[in-house]
Design a protein around this ligand. Structure first.
Ligand SMILES: [Mg+2]
Ligand SMILES: [Zn+2]
Length: 248
């Protein structure tokens, strides 16, 4: 049966873009805070750590414009932009794109806006963020530490379980897809691809090295991974794979 609809799910850092937004901003504006993040990441929850570090940056007089300028020069490969645009606008298979990211909404939207890409995603599922009147960027966890936490058992860390977030999206959007495609690289991109089998969809996956790949190798079979997998390293290879996914 030909494919009549598809969903493309993009992780953001090191997947849609060629960098990690959280770390990059500090590498550009305050390398010593970047060092502190690396030192403390094992003991402080990641989103909290970035939120605190952004407040420290603000305390040093770094402005909203400086943060936005740093995000605007973050590497975003033209081939990835082209590939995402082509698969979204292909006329043969109606294709929905969403973003599933543990970065934050301000970082993601600033970059997308700069590249005239604001319309690419139907939904951006990530940590909430907003600019305070005094120019501080306030980031919060998507799943508040005070409320119920995710119930994932595949080893997702606190805050977002991307698998649950994807399943919730699929219920919320009220559509079915003949094929789902997931582009990711991180260890937290393993959980959502395990959920593909429960949706009864056909599937394909394009993770790069190293983290998702490591988990697929170590845990994939035991966890019942059903998605077919394509490895890629450069944006041009994702574009190449996408070009094969625009015909039914
Ligand atoms: Mg990533
Ligand atoms: Zn999970």
């Amino acid at each position: 049966m030909p494919i009549q609809s598809q969903l493309v799910i993009f992780d953001f850092d090191w997947s849609l873009v060629d960098q990690d937004t959280d770390r990059y901003v500090f590498e550009v504006l305050a390398p010593d805070i970047r060092r502190k993040i690396k030192t403390r990441q094992a003991e402080v929850q990641w989103t909290d750590l970035i939120a605190m570090s952004l407040l420290e940056l603000h305390g040093r007089g770094r402005t909203r414009k400086q943060i936005e300028d740093a995000l605007r020069v973050l590497p975003f490969h033209p081939a990835m932009q082209r590939g995402a645009r082509n698969i979204k606008e292909n006329l043969r298979i109606p294709t929905t794109l969403i973003c599933l990211s543990n970065a934050n909404l301000v970082f993601i939207e600033t970059i997308l806006k700069d590249k005239a890409f604001e319309d690419i995603f139907e939904e951006i599922i990530t940590n909430p963020a907003e600019w305070r009147d005094d120019g501080a960027l306030i980031v919060k966890r998507r799943v508040s530490p005070d409320g119920p936490q995710h119930s994932c058992t595949t080893g997702c860390s606190a805050n977002m379980c991307k698998g649950e977030e994807l399943e919730n999206y699929l219920v919320r959007c009220n559509k079915t897809f003949d094929r789902m495609i997931y582009v990711g690289d991180g260890s937290n991109d393993f959980c959502p691809i395990l959920r593909f089998k429960r949706q009864g969809n056909r599937y394909r996956l394009c993770p790069t090295i190293p983290w998702t790949r490591k988990r697929i190798a170590n845990e994939g079979e035991k966890a019942g991974l059903k998605a077919s997998i394509r490895y890629w390293a450069g944006a041009w290879e994702v574009e190449e794979i996408f070009n094969t996914l625009t015909t039914p």
